[in-house]
Design a protein around this ligand. Structure first.
Ligand SMILES: Nc1ncnc2c1ncn2[C@@H]1O[C@H](COP(=O)(O)OP(=O)(O)OP(=O)(O)O)[C@@H](O)[C@H]1O
Ligand SMILES: [Mg+2]
Length: 477
């Protein structure tokens, strides 16, 4: 269970959301802390520059020598000052204190202080310890002044001043903010974990419902379908696509079941006839040589019918599998001519016309295309009254394709029948008599062969106006 949760989409999305939020919050916090720190350093530097002006002003205008007591009055709180003589030695300095007055280590000034030291503000650590760090500015006075290091002591000359501002307050603020930001970040991330658990649970529920429905269908409940609440959401699209797949699967299963039922039914009739005649003979009931002869003829006839039906079923199965057909140039004009000549032999009384204006070539399987013409012509002969005129045309169409057409001037086909005649095993009512001999596979084979050639097979018909069956095929190219 724990493993399933760890690998689940919800867990992975949650980890992703939390990671992204964490990275975002840490980045924002880091940028704002760095900005704040830089700003606080700028403030310290501005204080130092201001202090330089104050000190220079006092040193010029006050007659009273500067001493250690009034040194502090020169400075803003928390600022350190050292007075340096011309040999680089510190002659007087203030203690280093916090803003709240607590003593601190002084900055670690070099001894002696070289000329030019810290003329631009630099950062220096405290003596003996890396914290606090100081921003340091040193400047010459321009003239020599004196300071009394302690009351009563002899005045000492100084010509250079070092002022320093501790970065401790800035660091304190930054460290405090790091602490409080981290706590706030952790609290917010905890909240995101809880919220995203809930939100993702609700958002992914349709996927779990889909899995449950698909499992139910796989277990045999074929009528179940996924409920699609919002069709245009991603989950809705998956649901719609799956429902279509389920519909298609159910439809093709039903088609297959119907096909098998029809095939069994069609094969049962000749088998029953064969068994009947065979039993008649076995039980010694057919003594008369003429009757035996008839039995054998019927058995042979029914066996031939079964054979041709099995051949047709095999052909349909092969075409369904999409097995490649032969792909060679075929002379459709010659095929049409051949088919009409054969039909004239079978039905010498029929007015049969052949209309082939030009050479017509296609590319495909000659035997299968011959079968197309045979099926269409035999239908025209079988399903229309004797003496009904039939014509066969083969022509190249302006769009580069070719067309075979078989037209009869028979009674035509009612629309509800015409809509179904290309279905497997479908026969019109008048063709359902056992003697008609048809199995209802002829036109479905015509359509399957046409489609295997990337073509189409259609019928144009209306009652009383005859029928035209058209098969379009690709051109010779
Ligand atoms: N030229 C036509 N005129 C009128 N009806 C037709 C014509 N061609 C086909 N039909 C109708 O379409 C049905 C289906 O034809 P199809 O060729 O598929 O089967 P069939 O001819 O009955 O049997 P077979 O499998 O032997 O061809 C026929 O039973 C018939 O009712
Ligand atoms: Mg037929």
């Amino acid at each position: 269970m724990a493993g399933a949760w760890r690998g689940s989409l919800r867990a992975r999305l949650m980890v992703g959301v939390v990671l992204l939020a964490a990275v975002g919050m840490v980045a924002v916090n880091a940028v704002s802390l760095i900005g704040l720190r830089l700003n606080l350093v700028d403030v310290a530097d501005a204080t130092l520059t201001k202090t330089r002006q104050t000190v220079q002003h006092r040193a010029h205008h006050r007659r009273r020598p500067v001493d250690e007591d009034n040194l502090n009055s020169l400075l803003p709180d928390g600022t350190y000052i050292a007075l340096v003589n011309n040999r680089g030695r510190v002659v007087a300095q203030t203690p280093a204190r916090d803003l709240d007055g607590r003593p601190r280590s002084r900055p670690d000034l070099p001894a002696p202080i070289p000329d030019g030291f810290a003329e631009h503000i630099v950062t220096l650590s405290a003596r003996d310890t890396p914290v606090p760090r100081y921003r340091i500015l040193s400047f010459p006075l321009g003239h020599s002044a004196t300071v009394r290091p302690s009351p009563g002591a002899a005045p000492q000359a100084f010509s250079r001043v070092v002022v320093a501002k501790s970065l401790q307050p800035a660091d304190d603020v930054v460290y405090w903010l790091i602490g409080s930001d981290s706590a706030a970040t952790l609290a917010v991330l905890g909240g995101i974990v809880l919220l995203s658990r809930g939100v993702l649970g609700v958002g992914l529920r349709p996927l779990r419902d889909m899995a449950a429905t698909a499992t139910a269908i796989a277990d045999g409940d074929l009528d179940q379908r996924i409920e699609v609440a919002r069709r245009h959401s991603e989950v809705g699209e998956v649901g719609t696509a799956l429902n279509r797949a389920f519909d298609e699967r159910q439809r093709s299963e039903e088609q297959l079941r119907q096909f098998v039922a029809n095939a069994s039914h069609e094969l049962r009739t000749p088998l029953t006839t064969i068994r009947g005649w065979a039993q008649l003979h076995l039980h010694g009931l057919a003594q008369d040589p003429a009757l035996i002869e008839r039995a054998m003829l019927r058995i042979e006839g029914e066996a031939a019918r079964m054979h041709s039906m099995v051949e047709e079923l095999l052909l349909l199965a092969r075409l369904d599998q999409g097995r490649p057909l032969a792909h060679a140039p075929v002379d459709l004009a010659a095929l049409a001519d051949e088919a009409v000549t054969d039909a004239r032999v079978v039905a010498p009384d029929r007015p049969l016309t052949l209309d082939v204006p030009d050479e017509v070539h296609t590319c495909g399987d000659e035997d299968r295309l011959r079968q197309v013409l045979q099926n269409l012509l035999s239908n025209a002969l079988r399903h229309t009254p004797p003496h009904t005129p039939v014509s066969v045309t083969a022509r190249a169409l302006p769009n580069g394709t070719t067309e075979l057409a078989v037209t009869d001037q028979g009674p035509g086909i009612p629309p509800e029948t015409a809509a179904r005649i290309f279905e497997r095993f479908y026969r019109g009512d008048e063709s359902r008599t056992p003697t008609s001999g048809g199995t209802g596979l002829g036109l479905s084979i015509v359509r399957s062969i046409a489609e295997a050639h990337n073509g189409t097979a259609t019928v144009h018909t209306s009652p009383g106006k005859g029928s035209t069956f058209r098969v379009t095929l690709p051109g010779a190219g």
